[in-house]
Design a protein around this ligand. Structure first.
Ligand SMILES: [Zn+2]
Length: 138
């Protein structure tokens, strides 16, 4: 099966490892950003559906940060499709995006407002405004 071949391919495993590390870096960066802005939330809130990266339960908001490659950020230059095993990756990205939207929908059903901050947005000046507006609005 293609999937199995892919998973044992060392080059692809290295790629997946890099993605995971990047994702962690994005989470750290977002955490720092929230502290800088003065927005209080808990990290990796496992008591909520989808374990949001940051959330404030009493204020009913949740923030996810997504790696652009892994979560296939539409229109983003980082959301490339690897040349090898294209159908595997297409399925993988579609599954990731579906999972992301289900998580957000589950939270919204509980009355949460949900924000997604993409990895590529983290260093843009606008991101602070966007997060501040989101976390302070009712
Ligand atoms: Zn992006």
């Amino acid at each position: 099966m293609k999937t199995r071949l892919y998973l044992t391919d060392p080059e692809s495993s290295a790629r997946m490892r890099r993605i995971r590390q990047k994702r962690t870096a994005a989470e750290l960066e977002l955490g720092q950003l929230l502290r800088d802005i003065g927005i209080r939330g808990r990290q990796n809130v496992r008591s909520l559906p989808g374990s949001p990266d940051f959330a404030n339960i009493s204020k009913r908001w949740a923030i996810f940060t997504h790696g652009c490659f892994w979560h296939h950020h539409r229109g983003c230059s980082k959301a490339t499709l690897p040349k090898q095993n294209r159908s595997f990756w297409k399925k993988k990205f579609a599954a990731n995006r579906l999972r992301d939207s289900r998580k957000a929908a589950a939270l919204r059903r509980l009355g949460f407002r949900v924000l997604t901050v993409w990895e590529c947005e983290l260093r843009r000046p606008n991101v602070r405004k966007r997060i501040t507006r989101f976390a302070r609005s009712l």
